[in-house]
Design a protein around this ligand. Structure first.
Ligand code: PEP
Length: 212
């Protein structure tokens, strides 16, 4: 199976022109399955396949919300759910995150559930959810998590969820360390934040993890 590399652009860049430049530089990179999650406002222009969040209802009187069907109809296939920044700055709790996972699955979207501890896994995870292990100390800090500790957590997640779920590592991934999380620590892919805004770095990450 090809590694799954997910780019989380967060709230960047500031203009559509910059977004197009980054997207056009990386969209054809080969060797891994690539999902790019730009800010939702750029989705339609870029025709990107990932989004950073989703609402739990599929439409109605919810000012500012973006429904799963809207994303699906725009060509989105994957949705990041429960990112630590959503938990911290938007006060999202596990019950809300569970509703978003269900809404995404109902609509045929693949949720990428971000966790930094096992207790954040939904109790009854009987459907296929991609789990991204993102230790808080490693997100956006330039201090990637130790390989042994990351691998131990991957094993625990697999034990808790069964082996149907793809498990990603996220946290200060770069072109130098990307391969180790896949080939040594056994993750099936990566969630890449800061480095995904640098086309050369992101292309090198995708190429370096390739089994080809
Ligand atoms: C992230 O935002 O999910 C992330 C892992 O960020 P960074 O790669 O910048 O640590």
């Amino acid at each position: 199976m090809k590694p799954l590399i997910v780019a989380n652009w967060k709230c960047n860049p500031k203009t559509l022109e910059e977004a197009k430049t980054i997207f056009d530089s990386v969209k054809s990179v080969q060797g891994s399955e690539v999902v790019i999650c730009p800010p939702v406002i750029y989705l339609s222009a870029l025709k990107a396949n990932g989004a950073q969040d989703v609402f739990w209802e599929d439409g109605g009187a919810y000012t500012g919300a973006v429904a799963p069907s809207m994303l699906k109809n725009m060509g989105v296939t994957h949705i990041i759910v429960g990112h630590s920044e959503r938990r911290k700055y938007f006060k999202e709790k596990d019950d809300v995150i569970a509703k978003k996972i269900n809404a995404a699955l109902t609509c045929g979207l693949k949720p990428i559930l971000c966790i930094d501890k096992l207790s954040q896994l939904p109790k009854d995870l009987d459907q296929e959810v991609i789990v991204a292990y993102e230790p808080l100390s490693a997100i956006g800090t330039g201090k990637a998590y130790g390989l042994d500790k990351a691998e131990a957590m991957r094993v625990d997640i697999t034990r808790a969820t069964g082996d149907k779920n793809v498990i990603l590592y996220g946290g200060s991934v770069n072109a130098q360390n990307a391969k180790d999380y896949i080939h040594q620590a056994g993750f099936q892919g990566l969630l890449v934040g800061g480095a995904s805004l640098n086309p050369k770095e992101f292309i090198d990450i995708v190429k370096n993890v390739c089994y080809c």
